[in-house]
Design a protein. Structure first.
Length: 109
């Protein structure tokens, strides 16, 4: 299985749940290794940058937008600082080299 296929499988997990709007999955510190799936038609841009003692991941509506869905700082000492601007959860799993952002809500029929 390729990395892209693995990330896509993770992105699609539990999307049949009415409380999950979507999921974004990324390898830590890698801009070209992410996948996403959303029930409400949204598509986000993800960008990692080295900020010295930590790496920052910004998830936004597009590259030009200053409206961020999430900002996650992963520090070298294991500290993680997160901001999420809608209901959801953020998982940083260093052992699996993964960042997972799940968006919560209820899709209207």
């Amino acid at each position: 299985m390729t990395e892209a296929e693995e990330l896509q499988i993770i992105a699609e997990q539990n999307l049949d749940s009415p409380s999950i709007l979507g999921r974004i999955v990324s390898r830590l510190r890698k801009n070209n290794a992410y996948s996403q799936k959303h029930k409400d038609g949204f598509s986000f841009d993800l960008f990692w940058r080295n900020a010295g003692p930590y790496w920052r991941c910004t998830i936004s509506l597009d590259k030009e937008s200053e409206d961020a869905l999430a900002q996650i700082d992963v520090h070298e000492d294991g500290t993680v600082r997160t901001e999420l601007h809608e209901p959801g959860s953020i998982t940083v799993a260093p052992a699996e080299n993964l960042l997972v952002v799940v968006r919560f809500g209820r899709v209207q029929d």
